[in-house]
Design a protein around this ligand. Structure first.
Ligand SMILES: NC(=O)c1ccc[n+]([C@@H]2O[C@H](COP(=O)([O-])OP(=O)(O)OC[C@H]3O[C@@H](n4cnc5c(N)ncnc54)[C@H](O)[C@@H]3O)[C@@H](O)[C@H]2O)c1
Length: 273
């Protein structure tokens, strides 16, 4: 539990946009020193410069979370500069959408590399150092898609279920230590998550129809998504109180419960209309 955030050090991956940027801003508002990292160097530099100009104690480190050596270099940079890391947010993620029958092997590899291995690299790199330091907290960013499923996001759901499983097991593993764990499961948040093409490497070939699904989901986010700052406020509160589950919408618990009601009744998954 990190009750006192003022003067502490946070590292946020995928911090140049959306929820990662909002968490970085919220941590700065709490008096933290924040290392923003992202693989998008131009956006990262712009956000770090903006926040520094506003008086924030920030630094930026380019890091592709897919690469364990880059994540290790991120940790070294943070410890070299500040001497400690108290809070890590494994937030970087991508949101490819569409029916699984129209996905490609390369898309699966990329999605799991970023969404699952990216989190794992953060955990295996930072957690041992936090345990050795005797304090710390890790927030892994999963999704509502980590506790329920939808046919629109099969591959994404699979990756986010992995993040939930990883996080819950990590909580158990670290329970005897002074390092806490939270798992953030947002529903719709107004960000660029469905503008997947801007992040997708050239080697990832996609089915021709995937762009239309992405665009439709992007419109839904714009219309119905909550602001990233609302999510960030919940994260701050959860880190302070040491809460594991961080939900952003009441509907998420209902979705999760539906699975267990199906299990209990021994019936096939309820189709969500
Ligand atoms: N927006 C939503 O509705 C929503 C809902 C549930 C979960 N999430 C999760 O929230 C997290 C943040 O997404 P967002 O909605 O803010 O989207 P976003 O696209 O606005 O921001 C994601 C950031 O991650 C960075 N990123 C992507 N791949 C990376 C990599 N390999 N290494 C380092 N950085 C990388 C991007 O450059 C971008 O700056 C993701 O894990 C996403 O799955 C989002």
């Amino acid at each position: 539990m990190l009750e006192e955030l003022d003067g502490r050090v946070a590292v946020v991956t995928g911090a140049a946009s959306g929820i990662g940027l909002a968490m970085s801003e919220a941590f700065l508002a709490e008096g933290m020193q924040v290392v923003l990292s992202d693989r998008d160097e131009a956006s990262l530099d712009a956000q770090v410069a903006r926040l520094a100009e506003a008086g924030g104690s920030v630094s930026g480190v380019v890091c592709d979370v897919v690469d364990p050596e880059a994540v290790a270099a991120l940790a070294d940079a943070a410890w070299d500069r500040y001497g400690a890391v108290h809070l890590l947010c494994n937030n970087a993620g991508v949101g490819p959408a569409g029916p699984m029958l129209q996905t490609t092997p390369a898309e699966w590899r990329w999605t799991f590399d970023v969404n699952v291995l990216g989190v794992a690299h953060g955990v295996t790199t930072f957690a041992p150092r936090m345990v050795a330091a005797g304090e710390g907290h890790i927030v892994n960013v999963a999704s509502q898609a980590g506790v329920m499923t939808t046919e629109l996001l099969g591959m994404y759901c699979a990756s986010k279920h992995a993040v939930v499983g990883l996080s819950e097991a990590l909580y158990r593993e670290l329970e005897p230590t002074p390092v806490g764990v939270s798992c953030l499961c947002p529903e719709l948040v107004r960000t660029e998550i469905f503008d997947v093409g801007r992040l997708r490497p050239d080697w990832v070939d996609v089915h021709g129809s995937s762009g239309a699904t992405q665009a439709a989901l992007g419109e839904i986010l714009d219309e119905r998504g909550i602001e990233p700052a609302e999510v960030a406020a919940r994260v701050v509160e959860a880190v302070r109180s040491g809460r594991f589950w961080i939900f952003t919408h009441d509907v998420t618990l209902g979705m999760a419960m539906r699975r267990f009601e199906d299990l209990q009744a021994d019936r096939n998954p309820t189709i969500i209309g």
